[in-house]
Design a protein. Structure first.
Length: 364
């Protein structure tokens, strides 16, 4: 992806409730691959049984390839979930069929438009799929014949999922996503495009001297970003750990990137009076201060903290043990996971003790 000298004018930023709902659904299809989203996986255990069944039945649509039609209306900051769903339903059937088909085939070998337009390509894909997964082959054949029934099942599932769960989640994360794109804009305004792009995940490689951005994908395109063909950077929480790129016509050029952390880090707070020295020793290490910061935002498991800190779970476990022994953190089990949280009462006591150390002596 090549940027010209006017790159700042060739970028746009957006958030998308429909796309975010689709990415959160993807998390549910493979929770072990999304350590940062364990809290959402746990919450979704409480979804109504009928909705969970729908999500499983239609999970093919988000298990790997995320159809570009979920980006409909994503460039409009005023677009809401219902409006985006309406926009998807209004798309031409051949576009819908091409995108749905790519969720069922090896996209390094078959592309959607060829499956729709070329009989030989379609027959080859169906023959291959019948040998490996006859049920998916039947589904692919039905989609290529008429994509609307499959689309209706997918969108109805998303609407039910939104109503019972994700509408509230979107209300929680939307402000932070807007904060993320505001911060990105400020960075670009002061430092230019490439320092901002460098903050994205390791899959992206930046060469400021050549003014290029590269992503390692089995999908070879050389794209020049221009005023006529700008790129939209869509901030997302649930896309992590992926970076998703849409670069095929007729869809707008888009990079959906992880905007983390979602909440401003709370400042690490000092500790108590009676065991003040023990508490200060427990905090006297950068990883433990970082753990306190992340736990100030929400309860987390060892695996989540390891991902956030870039450390191994065993190292994080040792730091958590020291914090717990100092009374700064507590634990509780939630199913398979052990969650760590801050003991705010203890922190308040320690804060008061430190304040007392610096208080002026009483006047005589």
């Amino acid at each position: 992806m090549r940027f010209g000298d006017s790159a700042e004018e060739d970028l746009a930023f957006s958030v998308s409730p429909l796309l975010e709902a689709a990415h959160s659904w993807h998390v549910l299809t493979d929770p072990g691959h999304h350590a940062l989203h364990v809290p959402w996986v746990r919450r979704c255990r409480r979804l109504p049984a009928a909705v969970r069944r729908q999500l499983r039945e239609h999970s093919f649509v988000v298990a790997d390839y995320i159809p570009a039609f979920f980006e409909s209306g994503a460039g409009d900051l005023e677009a809401d979930f219902a409006g985006q769903i309406t926009a998807v339903r209004a798309l031409p059937p051949e576009q819908l069929a091409a995108e749905l088909a790519q969720t069922l085939v090896d996209t390094t070998r078959y592309d959607g438009p060829a499956l729709v337009e070329d009989a030989a390509t379609r027959d080859a894909a169906l023959t291959e799929l019948r040998q490996s997964d006859p049920e998916q082959a039947t589904r692919l054949g039905a989609i290529l014949t008429d994509p609307l029934p499959a689309l209706d099942g997918v969108l109805t599932t998303l609407e039910d999922y939104w109503d019972v769960a994700f509408a509230d989640e979107w209300e929680r994360i939307e402000p932070a996503l807007y904060q993320a794109i505001t911060a990105a804009g400020q960075r670009i305004a002061h430092q230019g495009v490439f320092p901002m792009l460098r903050t994205l995940v390791p899959q992206i490689r930046i060469d400021p001297a050549q003014r290029t951005l590269r992503l390692d994908r089995p999908h070879d395109h050389d794209i020049t970003v221009t005023r006529v063909r700008p790129v939209t950077l869509t901030a997302s929480h649930y896309v992590w750990p992926h970076v998703r790129v849409t670069c095929d016509a007729p869809w707008p050029l888009r990079i959906t990137y992880p905007a983390l952390p979602l909440t401003p880090a709370a400042a690490p707070r000092p500790t108590s009076q009676a065991d003040l020295l023990t508490a200060l020793r427990a905090l006297a290490a950068a990883p433990r201060l970082q753990i306190i910061t992340h736990l100030a935002a929400q309860n987390r498991s060892t695996q989540e903290l390891a991902t956030l800190l870039g450390l191994s779970p065993s190292v994080v476990s040792r730091h958590l043990k020291e914090l717990t022994q100092a009374g700064l953190t507590t634990t509780r089990r939630d199913g398979y996971y052990v969650l760590y949280s801050l003991d705010h009462t203890r922190l308040d006591q320690i804060s008061a003790a430190l304040t007392g150390l610096t208080a002026p002596p009483p006047s005589l």
